[in-house]
Design a protein around this ligand. Structure first.
Ligand SMILES: [Zn+2]
Length: 253
């Protein structure tokens, strides 16, 4: 069983062949969680989730999309009521370019409130902002996942102590990603999710290509090897972790 815990199939990179790609993806992929980045893309994410039975949606405003977040929040709140919306995300803090940090924090907190009000888990995006991210997560204590992790073992353990999950993309398959791979060794397999961040983060053998969920087994194989277990076993465990976190019943075919 393979579940992609984080993808963006509503991205324009799939405009030319979205349906064909997803047809191939769902021949081997059990479930995909598609992730919103702003109000418009949360709407298109929800639409895709209703078009494909095996797809679920996260809706939210990405930290670098927060210019109009006050106006967009009511859209996110409305979408959060839909049955196929399984999470609020991706939300968080991103300081890798100069940004209005107070604005990002306000949008992050407001969306954690929405998640709490709807009893939904959250998908966290954080970049160059660990301290502020932890301060807010420790305040709200949401259920959720920190996606696309490449931080230190110490940071990973801090996330685990918060009761959260950690998501790895194809990026981790690069042995030069030393810190992330070291962190991998201390994270219990029961807390790991795998993701493509499609179209963005292909595993090392597909570097430079558009990423899709068919590349997920390579990431699963890398992590399984690091954990000293079989790929199929680990992929199934990561799938279970994802379905548990997002409360997606396996009988909802
Ligand atoms: Zn993403």
């Amino acid at each position: 069983m393979i579940v992609d815990s984080h993808a963006h199939y509503d991205d324009p990179a799939f405009d030319a062949d979205r349906d064909e790609v997803l047809k191939r993806v769902f021949e081997v992929t059990h479930r995909v969680i598609n992730i919103g980045i702003n109000a418009e893309r949360s709407r298109s994410t929800a639409e895709l989730a209703y078009k494909y039975p095996q797809m679920y949606a996260a809706v939210g405003i990405h930290p670098l999309e927060t210019d109009n977040f006050e106006k967009e929040l009511p859209v996110i709140e409305k979408l959060a009521e839909l049955e196929k919306v399984a999470a609020i995300g991706e939300i968080g803090l991103d300081y890798h370019i100069p940004a209005d940090r107070e604005r990002q924090k306000a949008a992050f907190a407001a969306q954690l409130e929405i998640a709490g009000a709807h009893s939904l888990p959250v998908v966290i995006h954080t970049r160059n902002a660990w301290e502020d991210t932890f301060e807010i997560l420790e305040r709200y204590r949401p259920k959720g996942v920190v996606h696309s992790f490449s931080g230190s073992a110490q940071t990973a353990l801090r996330i685990i102590r918060l009761g959260m999950y950690i998501g790895f993309t194809g990026f981790i398959t690069d042995p030069n990603v030393k810190k992330g791979n070291k962190a991998l060794s201390v994270i219990p397999a029961e807390r790991i999710l795998i993701e493509t961040d499609a179209p963005c983060q292909p595993p090392v053998s597909h570097r430079g290509e558009r990423c899709d969920s068919l590349m997920l087994p390579e990431t699963a194989a890398h992590i399984a090897a690091a954990k000293g277990t079989e790929t199929e076993f680990f992929a199934a465990l990561a799938a279970e972790n994802t379905l548990r976190l997002f409360n997606i019943g396996r009988d909802r075919e």
